[in-house]
Design a protein around this ligand. Structure first.
Ligand code: FES
Length: 155
């Protein structure tokens, strides 16, 4: 026993080891909890502040979308599927209403398809085949020389 402090030396060292182990265990638990929270919380497009829809090469230009093709871009409303049919561009929310996968345009089948569970929608977002039950939201677009934009909210 340590006569100066009145505490046996082996108890001090055990306390210290328990403290260090507890600290390490808490750190590991915090890491798991942080990872789980980051996985569960949806990604936000907070960096997108303008109404322009952006793709891999910057602002989405109308001439970059070929006839009967669909392109998914990002906007302040999230991912948007822009489809060209003739001179017209159609905008749809690209997040499947079933479980949230990103949908795409199938130019051969002439429908929007979800790769995850096979839901299909028409060009106006109406459900053609489940498991999705709700339509995709239509997005009003403004097409200009500078690019394709999401229409500002009606006032
Ligand atoms: S997430 Fe689209 S069909 Fe399931």
């Amino acid at each position: 026993m340590d006569k100066q402090r009145g505490v046996p030396p082996d108890k001090v060292s055990r306390r210290f080891v328990n403290f260090v182990l507890g600290l390490g265990f808490s750190g590991i638990l915090s890491g798991f909890a942080g990872t789980a929270l980051a996985y569960l919380s949806p990604r936000r497009d907070s960096a997108v502040t303008s109404d322009f829809i952006t793709g891999r090469d910057g602002v989405l230009r109308p001439d970059a979308i070929g006839e009967n093709r669909g392109v998914v871009g990002r906007s302040r409303l999230g991912k948007i599927l822009v489809i060209r049919k003739g001179n017209r561009l159609f905008g749809l929310q690209a997040r499947c209403t079933h479980l949230g996968c990103t949908v795409g345009w199938d130019g051969v089948a002439q429908q929007v398809e979800c790769p995850c569970h096979g839901a299909c929608f028409d060009i106006r977002g109406q459900v053609l085949r489940g498991p999705a039950r709700q339509p995709l939201a239509q997005i009003e677009l403004v097409v200009g020389d500078e690019g394709v934009q999401v229409a500002p909210p009606a006032t």
